[in-house]
Design a protein. Structure first.
Lengths: 309, 517
């Protein structure tokens, strides 16, 4: 759905984006992470046709953004990191304006406006002036605006910055509804918890370069090949655990304390299940045995050199 | 392109500005003000009429004569009322158009809403028309409210329907033209500054107001750029407004105004369509060929509007036209400035590009020379066209050539310097570059004056060395250019080479790193 080929952008004597090649398939929720100044916003603005690339090719839904920017725009919904809305319009007027600006068929517009207003949870504010909305509501209105023309690609630059926790949850719900409508979402953020459990794929940018990209689990696995497993037990069992796990090739970095322990496991799910069986049959009273999922933040900390943070 | 009433940008402004309560209030206020103006017009004549009635017997006026005088007075009252209403509409609509449009794009940039408009499917032309009529929609509404009253007043004041139509044509076309000028101005600012906007708007508005004074100059047609040139004769038959001329043939003011608005408006529209949807750093008003074309157009227009009044010799005509061309070349040079990014790409690919020196993103000087050559060609044509009025000698060709050469060298140096400023990381490099260049000329003038105190010859020498003034001093019959003119030209050429080397030094490969947001 989004194809970037050898993309490069220069500002004066700085290279903001360099040799960026990226392919985001349809239906993905792709999180672009990186510190401030890594080149995320520049990349996003180039994808949306707002900034000309110095070099390279951008395709969205098969349309060359640099060659046919106006045609490409019908497939893209865009929300920038800092934005404001037209305060002197009513909520429905604002969405109606953008529906017309995206040249949607006139007959579809009233129904679509009502639909996105409902998705954004702004029904009670439909006829209210925008200047009366809270910040979270304005943010949801901004996303509703980006979704109004049913874009195939939704490009969101730091959509949750400055929002309170409740507004963030509402934002996630809204983005999920966009995903359910079939949109491919590219979302940039430097607040990594924002992307946790939401993105299907991830890319890490540093100093204008994409240092890692792929499906979330693949990237996690590539960064930390072994899984971390944590267990707890009751009573005496430390010696049995030491003996039982110590002999397994898939287990490494075994650390045990009084009644709990942790180890790296490099085998399959089946092998992990058999490892638990070994412990139980050896008489260990296992209280809990679970894989500790690595967070995006931890993964990022491993990847990032933090030179520009 | 969609009709204006369906243009989303126009509809947005219409909805935001003309909510029913506000619209009703504005309409009511417009009517009240109109009534007050009428009362004022009536009051100024009422006392005069009352006096006439009181003295009727003494003056020997019959009842019929008095009734006729009353009728005539009423016509005058209505005409004065109509005239004031028309001037008020002209003032409100043209100023409002200029003021609101001059803050349009910069305001959107500042509010961070501009990218959303650029990201929609609205074309540059649709955005342009939407903003042009949408931003001042309130002023248009005021005109719509006033127009029936003005029409009625005009008819009662015995104004011709054609005259009223002409006046409205001037009001609307003037407002559209000034609105376009305002929009162009607003694209130049990265953010809105109400103070700067207000000063800029007032400045531009005053220029458009005062340009009407050009009707007494050698280019009387230029006055038609002000709607007042066509407007004043419509309401004051005694105002001295001789008809302007195109290549010596008289044309009505209204026609010339419309023609100029159409031609200059087309250039403004071209510039806006090129830049409107571009990112601020990537804007360039004109392509290189368009800049050459614009220089040719401006020259051609001036020759067409020329009327020999104070300029009666080929020598003074040549000097004036070369001087004007200096400013035209400077403006075209500014429009040709290249972003650091584009210049770098040109530098990297120049060896693989044919005619790289004339490339769109390459250096400006080949195009400035080309523009000057076109300007010189048109000067020669102009001299031939006006030879009966100005006389013609072959020396004119030589004088024009040398003067053009000196001017283009100085302009190229200034533009190359401003391009170098753009390669540095200074803020507002173009503005600062222009100011520094201005400072240079101020310093040169001061030095000339100081030297002139000691010795007139020394002063002239320095002025010829440091400014293009020396090239304009020699006149016929001894058309002898002092050596200092050519030495000065040589120095400037050396400076251009140094500046080009400095620019090349900054074209080294870019480095990776953080992006300024």
């Amino acid at each position: 759905m989004i194809e970037l080929t050898n993309l490069r952008k220069e500002f004066d004597d700085l290279v903001a984006v360099e040799s960026l090649t990226l392919s985001i398939p349809s239906g993905e929720i792709y999180g672009l992470i990186g510190p401030n100044g890594a080149g995320k916003t520049t990349t996003i603005r180039m994808i949306c046709g707002l900034l000309d690339a110095t070099q390279g090719k951008i395709q969205v839904a098969g349309v060359d953004v640099l060659g046919e920017p106006e045609r490409a725009r019908q497939y893209i919904g865009y929300l920038s990191d800092f934005f404001s809305v037209y305060e002197d319009l009513k909520v429905w007027e604002y969405l109606d304006y953008f529906a017309h600006a995206y040249k949607m068929p006139g007959s579809e517009i009233p129904a679509r406006v009502s639909e996105v207003i409902a998705q954004a949870g702004l029904e009670v504010k439909r006829d209210g002036m925008i200047r009366g909305l809270s910040r979270g509501m304005k943010q949801r209105l901004g996303i509703a605006r980006a979704m109004i023309h049913r874009p195939k690609v939704l490009v969101l630059d730091e959509p949750a910055s400055g929002l309170d926790p409740k507004a963030r949850i509402e934002l996630r719900t809204l983005l999920r509804s966009a995903r359910d409508e079939g949109a491919t979402i590219l979302i940039s953020s430097h607040i990594l918890t924002e992307l946790e459990g939401f993105c299907t794929s991830i890319g890490v940018m540093e100093k204008g370069r994409l240092v890692r990209s792929g499906r979330l689990d693949e990237v996690m696995l590539a960064v930390t090949p072994a899984r971390t497993v944590r267990l707890q037990w009751l009573g005496e069992g430390r010696a049995q655990i030491q003996a039982g796990l110590g002999q397994l090739a898939a287990v490494s970095e075994l650390k045990l304390s009084e009644n709990e322990g942790e180890f790296f496991f490099s085998g399959s799910d089946d092998e992990l299940s058999r490892t638990l069986a070994v412990l139980i049959t050896s008489g260990v009273r296992v209280l809990s045995f679970r894989e500790v999922k690595q967070t995006v933040e931890e993964m990022y900390m491993k990847l990032s050199s933090h030179e520009v943070m | 392109m969609m009709p204006i009433w369906k243009n989303p940008e126009f509809v947005r402004h219409f909805r935001a500005e003309l909510r029913s309560k506000r619209a009703l209030t504005i309409a009511a206020v417009a009517v009240v003000i109109a009534v007050l103006i009428w009362l004022g017009c009536w009051g100024s004549r009422a006392s005069e009429m009352a006096l006439m009635h009181n003295q009727a017997a003494h003056l020997g006026f019959t009842a019929e004569r008095l009734a006729e005088m009353d009728r005539q007075t009423l016509i005058v009252v209505w005409f004065n009322f109509y005239r004031i209403l028309m001037y008020a509409q002209l003032g409100v609509l043209t100023f409002w158009s200029l003021f609101s449009c001059a803050q349009s794009i910069s305001g959107e940039r500042e509010r961070k809403t501009w990218d959303f408009q650029r990201a929609t499917r609205l074309s540059a032309a649709e955005l342009l028309t939407g903003k042009l009529f949408g931003e001042p929609v309130l002023a248009y509404f005021i005109v719509v409210c006033c127009s029936p009253i003005a029409l009625l007043a005009g008819l009662l004041g015995k104004a011709r329907l054609g005259t009223i139509a002409e006046a409205y044509l001037l009001i609307i076309s003037g407002a559209v033209f000034l609105g376009m000028a305002g929009l162009w101005l607003s694209t130049l600012f990265e953010s809105r500054s109400r103070g700067v906007g207000l000063i800029g708007t007032f400045g531009l508005y005053l220029i458009f107001g005062f340009v009407v004074q050009a009707r007494e100059s050698n280019f009387p047609g230029v006055a038609a750029l002000s709607p007042l040139a066509g407007f004043i004769p419509l309401f004051d038959e005694y105002a001295y407004f001789g008809l302007p001329r195109i290549f010596g043939s008289p044309v009505p003011w209204v026609v010339l105004s419309l023609l100029l608005y159409l031609m200059f408006g087309a250039w403004l529209a071209l510039t806006l369509l090129r830049t409107l949807t571009k990112d601020y750093d990537q804007m360039r008003s004109l392509s290189r060929w368009q800049a050459v074309g614009c220089a040719a157009f401006l020259n051609f227009t001036l020759y067409a509007l020329f009327v020999p009044r104070t300029l009666t010799t080929w020598d003074s005509f040549t000097k004036l036209m070369v001087g004007i061309n200096g400013f035209i070349l400077f403006a075209m040079g500014l429009a040709m400035l290249t972003s650091s990014e584009k210049l770098r790409v040109w530098w990297r690919t120049r060896k693989a590009t044919r005619w790289a020196l004339f490339a769109e993103d390459g250096p400006q000087w080949p195009w400035l020379v080309l523009s000057a050559a076109v300007g010189y060609g048109l000067l020669v044509w102009g001299l031939f066209a006006w030879k009966n009025e100005l006389g013609f000698e072959s020396a004119a060709l030589k004088a024009g050539l040398v003067e053009f050469a000196v001017v283009v060298v100085f302009v190229t140096r200034d533009i190359t310097f401003i391009q170098w400023c753009r390669m540095t990381r200074m803020r507002a490099p173009v503005l600062k570059g222009v100011l520094f260049a201005g400072l240079y000329y101020v310093a040169a003038v001061v030095l000339t004056i100081v030297c002139g105190v000691y010795s007139y010859t020394l002063g002239r020498y320095f002025s010829s060395l440091l400014t293009p003034v020396g090239a304009f001093e020699p006149g016929p019959p001894n058309l002898h250019f002092p050596a200092a003119v050519f030495v000065g030209m040589g120095i400037q050429l050396g400076l251009i080479v140094l500046l080009e080397i400095a620019i090349m030094g900054r074209l080294r490969p870019a480095i990776g790193g953080a992006v300024p947001r």
